[in-house]
Design a protein around this ligand. Structure first.
Ligand SMILES: *[C@@H]1O[C@H](CO)[C@@H](O)[C@H](O)[C@H]1NC(C)=O
Ligand SMILES: *[C@@H]1O[C@H](CO)[C@@H](O)[C@H](O)[C@H]1NC(C)=O
Ligand SMILES: *[C@@H]1O[C@H](CO)[C@@H](O)[C@H](O)[C@H]1NC(C)=O
Ligand SMILES: *[C@@H]1O[C@H](CO)[C@@H](O)[C@H](O)[C@H]1NC(C)=O
Ligand SMILES: *[C@@H]1O[C@H](CO)[C@@H](O)[C@H](O)[C@H]1NC(C)=O
Ligand SMILES: *[C@@H]1O[C@H](CO)[C@@H](O)[C@H](O)[C@H]1NC(C)=O
Ligand SMILES: *[C@@H]1O[C@H](CO)[C@@H](O)[C@H](O)[C@H]1NC(C)=O
Ligand SMILES: *[C@@H]1O[C@H](CO)[C@@H](O)[C@H](O)[C@H]1NC(C)=O
Ligand SMILES: *[C@@H]1O[C@H](CO)[C@@H](O)[C@H](O)[C@H]1NC(C)=O
Ligand SMILES: *[C@@H]1O[C@H](CO)[C@@H](O)[C@H](O)[C@H]1NC(C)=O
Length: 544
């Protein structure tokens, strides 16, 4: 580990931007995964001593605001203020819930490197995430998540990414997990396609007794290339002077005893007894747990209304709270015994079985299609009848109901049912592309009668064409769009962003009148799939 030096931090501060890609002297060794554990490249085992680091994030992962958020890794003054304190605390990892991929993160990332601190970065953000109530995984989300990967992959102190946080949190929304797992699969493939170093992609779950086992099994089951690389547990069951058994940590540990990838606490630190003494730290880094768990991340750095803070900040000043001192002492006295990579024989080689669907679990093991924007473009180019551009969300919604109502089978290629595991090949395309597909299906079913490509003047005939590179994909998808396409997209597929406006319609007002967007519940990008489902079930008009 790097020794912290004031001089090097000052140097980084002065020339932050230059460090972005050129200077490797400060780079931390990357963390690698072997079996169920993390290791430094030199083979020493790595235990996460983490702190959640983002303002305006509550313990259940929601953010307050109107879809905007503060990117803590683009805040140079904030990082200058906080990184020395994180280091003093004994932190070797921070978790950040949302960044703005278009901003420059080099200054903060280099300060963190100098301080020996790794990053676990969530890929979603308040305006781009999988909505647990009307879940989908599509090319727009793919582009947004990929942009975060692109922004961070070059930094060797990025330990991994979370492709979701607490998305399924009740039995009635477990079908959303299929889409989150598709996001895991596609981001893993994307990291490979781009030739980045191997960086793990995981998922952070809440601790809901009725679904916790099925969730953990589902994300680990099946092909390893589709499954999580690590499992994060947001767990608040150790409050005050609890114990290994009283907290249920003993049971959780048994449940993960044969898990085939690393598991750790992605959030911990119950605050119902204050000030927090963090007595759980001795358990987390003690012999009962270290053979199964790889440490944990305390929720959280900033003191806010939810009262989980280690420090309170005001401008460029951060004041340590009682919790800071207590945690710092606990971490200092936590000395996990570790196993060197060379001495570790992986025994947990078998993935868990996928849970069966039924009353307790609604996500099929068959995952939604790869969100491949190349395929969507190929499809639209090949059509003879397409939707006009510039349709509003409401118009699109109405038109889905119309066309799917006229001919249900026209929509087979764009619907998704994650409980049956039956997905149209184009169910991951943008709403506009999906509408074009459905229009074209209807048009063809009407023997290309000119009146069948109008939809009130919202559709037009075009000369479809299929380039050589599209042929195999389109043939896999099949004429009805019900086949399975195995190709991965060649780029990020950054898309139109046609659903980017109107965010306020999905926000909820808190009692205090401020707008709260459920972090993983934003619903902005799910237009197409949601509308189509309503169209097919005759549920009537959509709420957009
Ligand atoms: C491996 O690297 C880590 C981080 O730099 C260091 O703390 C540890 O002592 C090293 N282990 C060995 C065996 O050199
Ligand atoms: C999440 O926490 C916030 C703040 O504590 C609370 O207002 C909100 O209702 C919680 N949301 C859920 C879904 O539990
Ligand atoms: C990201 O930053 C850019 C540039 O400052 C800004 O235009 C954009 O609104 C930001 N996005 C979000 C979601 O905050
Ligand atoms: C699940 O149930 C909750 C109430 O417990 C409700 O608010 C939510 O909308 C339901 N979700 C779905 C997808 O039906
Ligand atoms: C990452 O590093 C590669 C190789 O040095 C460089 O081509 C690329 O532009 C870098 N990307 C970012 C986002 O810094
Ligand atoms: C380890 O487990 C034993 C048996 O349950 C328990 O008595 C002990 O307190 C645990 N150790 C810690 C540090 O929690
Ligand atoms: C892991 O252990 C549990 C509980 O003993 C068992 O049900 C499950 O089949 C085991 N899984 C694997 C992959 O060995
Ligand atoms: C879209 O439809 C919703 C729900 O019917 C309605 O409240 C809203 O005003 C409509 N928006 C526009 C721009 O027509
Ligand atoms: C998915 O299919 C099942 C079984 O046919 C059905 O009960 C359920 O309503 C379907 N869900 C959707 C969203 O269409
Ligand atoms: C998931 O389940 C919810 C609640 O039953 C349903 O409204 C939604 O349409 C389902 N979505 C999919 C894609 O199966």
């Amino acid at each position: 580990m790097k020794t912290f030096s004031i001089a090097s931090v000052a140097a980084a501060a002065l020339s932050g931007a230059l460090f972005a890609t050129s200077v490797t002297a400060a780079d931390l060794p990357s963390i690698v995964i072997k079996g169920s554990h993390f290791f430094y490249e030199n083979g020493t085992e790595f235990f996460i001593r983490g702190v959640a680091y983002q303002q305006d994030v509550s313990s259940n992962g929601t953010t307050s605001d109107d879809g905007t958020f503060t990117d803590p890794l683009a805040d140079e003054a904030g990082c200058t203020r906080d990184v020395p304190l994180l280091q003093e605390l004994g932190t070797n990892t921070i978790r950040v819930y949302a960044i703005n991929a278009s901003l420059d993160h080099s200054f903060c990332m280099n300060l963190l490197q100098e301080a020996g601190i790794y990053l676990i970065q969530d890929l979603s953000n308040p305006s781009s995430s999988i909505n647990r109530n009307s879940p989908t995984w599509n090319t727009e989300l793919f582009a947004d998540y990929a942009a975060v990967v692109d922004a961070m992959a070059n930094y060797t102190n990025v330990l991994g990414f979370f492709a979701g946080n607490e998305v399924s949190n009740e039995v009635n929304n477990t079908n959303a997990s299929a889409f989150v797992k598709a996001a895991v699969r596609d981001m893993k493939a994307y990291i490979k396609t781009k030739g980045y170093r191997t960086i793990g992609v995981g998922y952070a779950t809440n601790d809901d007794a009725s679904i916790r086992i099925n969730l953990a099994h589902y994300f680990n089951c099946g092909d390893a290339s589709d499954a999580i690389d690590f499992w994060g547990y947001n767990i608040y069951s150790w409050c005050g002077a609890s114990s290994y058994t009283e907290s249920g940590y003993d049971q959780r540990t048994l449940e993960f005893a044969n898990y085939s990838v690393p598991a750790f606490f992605a959030e911990y630190g119950c605050n119902t007894v204050q000030p927090r003494q963090f007595t759980e730290v001795q358990a987390i880094y003690g012999d009962n747990m270290t053979s199964i768990w790889s440490g944990g991340i305390v929720y959280m750095y900033f003191q806010e209304a939810n009262d989980f803070g280690l420090v309170s900040v005001s401008g460029n000043t951060a004041s340590k709270l009682a919790d800071f001192t207590a945690l710092s002492k606990q971490l200092a006295s936590a000395t996990p015994s570790s196993t060197a990579s060379s001495a570790y024989t992986v025994t947990n080689t078998v993935a868990q079985a996928c849970p069966a669907t039924g009353t307790a679990w609604a996500a099929a093991s068959a995952l939604p299609p790869i969100a491949n924007s190349d395929l969507c473009s190929c499809m639209v180019s090949s059509l003879s009848c397409v939707a006009n551009s510039g349709l509003t969300g409401n118009e699109t919604s109405t038109l889905f109901s119309t066309v799917c109502g006229l001919d249900n089978s026209a929509c087979a290629g764009i619907t998704a049912n994650s409980t049956t595991g039956v997905y149209g090949a184009y169910s991951m395309c943008s709403a506009s592309q999906q509408l074009s597909f459905a229009f074209n299906q209807y048009y063809l079913s009407q023997s290309s009668a000119s009146t069948a490509c109008s939809f009130g003047g919202n559709a037009m005939v075009q000369t479809g064409s299929t380039s050589t590179s599209c042929k195999s994909m389109l043939s896999q998808a099949g004429t009805a769009g019900t086949g399975t396409v195995t190709s991965v997209p060649t780029g990020t597929g950054s898309s139109s962003g046609s659903a980017a406006s109107g965010s306020s319609s999905t926000t909820k007002k808190s009692a205090a009148g401020s707008v709260i967007i459920p972090r993983f519940d934003t619903g902005l990008l799910q237009l197409g799939a949601y509308v189509v489902v309503a169209g097919l079930t005759g549920a009537g008009m959509l709420l957009l």
